[in-house]
Design a protein around this ligand. Structure first.
Ligand code: 5RP
Length: 229
């Protein structure tokens, strides 16, 4: 996705925020542009209190003097603006390409409204071409991998299951100190049933299927930004 399209979607989502709001800040290259736009508004006197969904976003927000808080200090947010790896026509999402899915889901669930920003290449008829990130506890990794593989078999996954690694080839560690399994399903026909099955595995902390959380999406293409929802 070109930076220009990411910026277009991020800018369009600025219409969702008003001074005085409590805002969840997403993670990823598209959400980064939204945080930049918000920072520019804050420099002009816009008031907000924000909860970041990752340490990377927190550092960016601090550098822009965006006031931050936590979900210990406040119990809800007005809106969260975040990117996505896939979005279907029911606004079901796959998220977690950047590894922030757990905090992203906690923050989205605590928000009155979750708004997705992306380009139209993220729009899919059926979720699953993007490998589903599954965040797992380090303890019992082998047993958890076996259990997730069994679920993949049950759901007719077309691809494999991999422990995500970082640029040095070491296991990628999330902000919460967990690992990520990337599960290539190819197609996910029943996202809710898959979600339930994965959450039933004791070692699974969370997964990147966001069901019933996204209220609106701004999807950018070279022709402009389409608003969905
Ligand atoms: C991070 C995410 C991101 O929102 C998702 O990966 C999209 O990122 P980008 O805007 O860079 O394409 O879920 O965990």
């Amino acid at each position: 996705m070109s930076e220009e399209l990411k910026k277009m979607a991020a800018k369009a989502a600025m219409s969702e925020v008003k001074s005085g709001m409590r805002i969840g800040l997403g993670t990823g290259s598209t959400a980064k542009h939204f945080v930049d736009y918000l920072g520019a508004e804050v420099a002009n006197g816009f008031e907000c209190l924000c909860v970041p969904t990752s340490e990377v976003t927190a550092a960016q927000a601090r550098s822009l003097n965006i006031p931050l808080t936590t979900l210990d200090e406040i119990d809800s947010l007005d809106v969260t603006v975040d990117g996505a790896d896939e979005i279907d026509d029911q606004k079901q999402l796959i998220k977690g390409g950047g590894g922030a899915l757990l905090r992203e889901k906690i923050v989205a669930a605590a928000s009155g409204k979750m708004v997705v920003i992306a380009d139209t290449s993220k729009q899919v008829e059926q979720l699953g071409a993007f490998p589903l990130p599954v965040e797992v506890n380090k303890f019992g990794l082998g047993a958890t991998q076996n259990a997730v593989q069994a679920i993949m078999d049950e759901f007719n996954a077309e691809g494999d299951l991999k422990v995500r690694t970082d640029e040095n080839g070491a296991p990628f560690e999330t902000d919460g100190g967990h690992l990520i399994l990337d599960a290539s399903f190819g197609r996910i026909s029943d996202a809710k049933a898959l979600s339930d099955a994965l959450l039933n595995v004791p070692g699974v902390v969370q997964h990147g299927l966001f069901i019933g959380l996204c209220a609106k999406a701004y999807l950018a293409s070279p022709d402009g930004v389409v608003e969905i929802g």
